[in-house]
Design a protein around this ligand. Structure first.
Ligand code: PMP
Length: 396
């Protein structure tokens, strides 16, 4: 029977890392996968996380199962961090999940089992795992336009036109709360208002992917788009992740948050979300959630964490600016200033698939085929080398 199983295609981004590891070029550079790296090229464990783990080793008294929806203290911190007092607490269900990916999958299962027939609208482009998760859950998906024809700006008019003319009432819409992946291009506050008005008018259910809180303009500032939406609609699902802003990638810690119009509707949906989790992974892993709760329970550790998030954000901004400035000095006449307003780990470089391929073949520099560069993977030390290589492929 197993002889009939065909080989699955490699993951488009993780497959690049396999090719990178096999590359013998001593100057190779991996700017594909979305992880933060410090000046020494490592993905560090935050100091506040190390301290929380020391405390957990001393204080943890059981490895018994968590509830289906996770650690209560963690869930309460997620609610406060993401929603503040913007939404009444009794309208929000928070379930701890294995990363943002797990949250997205639980949310997708919920849409399919509770709200079918339903389809979800995604930006074109979006994170490659979005359509993959929706497909796996059996959730039909379609796309709205997002990037302008120059591939360097957000075309809000095209997006609104697609939402106005293609969606049906009751459809879901996927939105990136900040640090749009893969483009790095976020709506302005006015554009968020336009989007929120359209979402409300078309009676769409927003599914908001909030994987990069703190990596755009700041932990509070990055809630602007989310809050603008929540002012316009009374139902939404928000998927959060602490992979990036706590550097807890491998601990798998996120949350699926459902906002209902009232407490009764929230309770019913919460019970369905729990049923989905129970038959999927039963209950979430404790460690990552316990780390986050330990940090956010302690004012000093919380301040330390905020400082560490700021350092990561500022480093990314500095590298993005350095890249634009250094590209100017290569004398190839291509202005990358359009990157400056971009936010988060990624930047859409505008490089063509052929140029991306040349970067890999001739220079050992790995970026995603769409031209997405992981800015958080750049380094001051290798900036000149990177820019010389980009200049060479632009000129060839
Ligand atoms: N959404 C987006 C847009 C992402 O880029 C990522 C991470 N690459 C995630 C969700 C999920 O991250 P994780 O499952 O690691 O928390």
């Amino acid at each position: 029977r197993l002889a009939s199983v065909s080989t699955a295609p490699p993951d488009s981004i993780l497959g690049l890392t396999e090719a990178f590891l096999a590359d013998t070029n001593p100057n190779k550079m991996n700017l594909s996968v979305g992880v933060y790296k410090d000046a020494s090229g490592k993905t560090p464990i935050l100091e506040c996380v190390k301290e929380a783990e020391r405390r957990l080793i001393d204080d943890e008294s059981t490895k018994g199962y968590l509830g289906i929806d996770g650690l209560p203290a963690y869930r309460e911190h997620v609610r406060q961090l993401v929603f503040g007092d913007r939404v009444e607490a009794d309208r929000i269900a928070v379930l701890q999940s294995p990363g943002g990916t797990g949250a997205l999958r639980v949310a997708s299962d919920f849409l399919v089992t509770q709200l079918s027939p339903i389809r979800i609208w995604m930006s074109s482009p979006t994170w490659a795992n979005h359509p993959a998760i929706f497909n796996a859950a059996g959730l039909p998906s379609d796309t709205y336009r997002y990037l302008g024809s120059d591939r360097t700006s957000f075309d809000v008019d095209a997006m609104i036109e697609d939402l106005d003319t293609k969606t049906s009432p009751g459809d879901a819409i996927l939105l990136h709360a900040c640090c749009h992946n893969p483009t790095g291009i976020d709506p302005t506050p006015d554009q968020w208002k336009q989007i929120a008005e359209t979402v409300a008018m078309r009676q769409l259910l927003p599914l908001i992917d909030f994987a990069y809180q703190g990596f755009g303009d700041g932990l509070t500032e990055d809630t602007l788009g989310l809050y603008t939406l929540l002012d316009a609609v009374d139902e939404a699902i928000v998927c959060t992740s602490f992979s990036k802003n706590f550097g807890l990638y491998s601990e798998r810690v996120g949350a699926v948050c459902l906002i209902a119009a009232d407490a009764g509707a929230m309770k019913a949906s919460q019970s369905q979300l729990k049923a989905i989790v129970r038959s999927n992974y039963s209950n979430p892993p404790r460690h990552g959630g316990a780390i986050v709760a330990t940090v956010l329970d302690d004012a000093k550790l919380t301040d330390q964490w905020k400082g560490e998030v700021e350092q990561m954000r500022q480093r990314i901004t500095r590298l993005r600016t350095d890249f634009v400035t250094t590209m100017k000095t290569t004398g190839q006449g291509h202005d990358f200033s359009f990157l400056l307003p971009q936010r988060g780990m990624f930047s859409f470089s505008g490089l063509t698939p052929m140029q991306v391929d040349q970067l890999k073949q001739k220079h050992g520099i790995y970026i995603v085929g769409s031209g997405r560069i992981n800015v958080a993977g750049m380094s001051e030390e290798k900036m000149q080398q990177l820019c010389d290589a980009v200049a060479a492929v632009l000129e060839s």
